[in-house]
Design a protein around this ligand. Structure first.
Ligand code: AMP
Length: 192
């Protein structure tokens, strides 16, 4: 089973990808985690990623397409994967479609975790207040979140009709508990 989780920053894509990993053994492919690993490792890619992430912008499509193309060819993806954070632009969605055909892989469905912007801003406020400073991510603040939400609406939300047209899009309500969102996603999975 190969799935995409779409939704604004802070909607809970990573959390739900981990739930799917535990319940269905399908690996979480988080491009954000991959970039954060590159930042931690230093190097050129890491330096670029840090600047882009801190500014709330997106990394260039060609870099992200190459990273994912290499990753989905690895053996642990054979049992299935959840894409968390990719695609984020129409160019990435189109490249993914081509890449899957080339690798004879099939996308089962795309889940949109829908959450209103105001709720995401409230959530980040609470999270930042509760978290020790040492554990905070440098892009974890209201200002960067607002920029990332702008980028989401401008560049990522236009992917939704791309998948709706292909009859692949399923929407779940992300404005509820982690368990309830997981239950809604499970309903989608079991209907496939
Ligand atoms: P995330 O953890 O998915 O919220 O990603 C954190 C940051 O990494 C984003 O705000 C972007 O700057 C960058 N990023 C992650 N995935 C992508 C992608 N598919 N395309 C471009 N930039 C990305």
């Amino acid at each position: 089973m190969n799935i995409i989780l779409l939704g604004p920053p802070g909607a809970g894509k990573g959390t739900q990808a981990k739930v799917l990993e535990e319940t269905h053994g399908i690996v979480q492919l988080s491009t954000g985690d991959m970039l954060r690993a590159a930042v931690a490792a230093g190097g050129e890619l890491g330096q670029e990623a840090k600047a882009v992430m801190d500014a709330g912008r997106l990394m260039p499509d060609d870099i992200m397409i190459q990273i994912i193309s290499e990753r989905i060819g690895q053996p642990d993806c054979a049992k299935g994967f959840t894409l968390d954070g990719f695609p984020r632009t129409t160019t990435q969605a189109e490249a993914l479609e081509r890449m899957l055909v080339e690798k004879s892989l099939k996308l089962d469905f795309v889940v949109e975790i829908a959450v209103d912007d105001d709720i995401l801003v409230d959530r980040i406020d609470t999270r930042v207040a509760e978290m020790p400073e040492s554990e905070r991510r440098s892009d974890d603040n209201v200002e960067t979140l607002r920029k990332r939400l702008g980028v989401y609406h401008e560049q990522t939300a236009p992917i939704l009709p791309f998948y709706r047209d292909r009859d692949m899009l399923k929407q779940v309500d992300g404005m509820t508990s982690i368990e309830e969102v997981a239950r809604q996603i499970e309903q989608v999975v079991s209907a496939v």
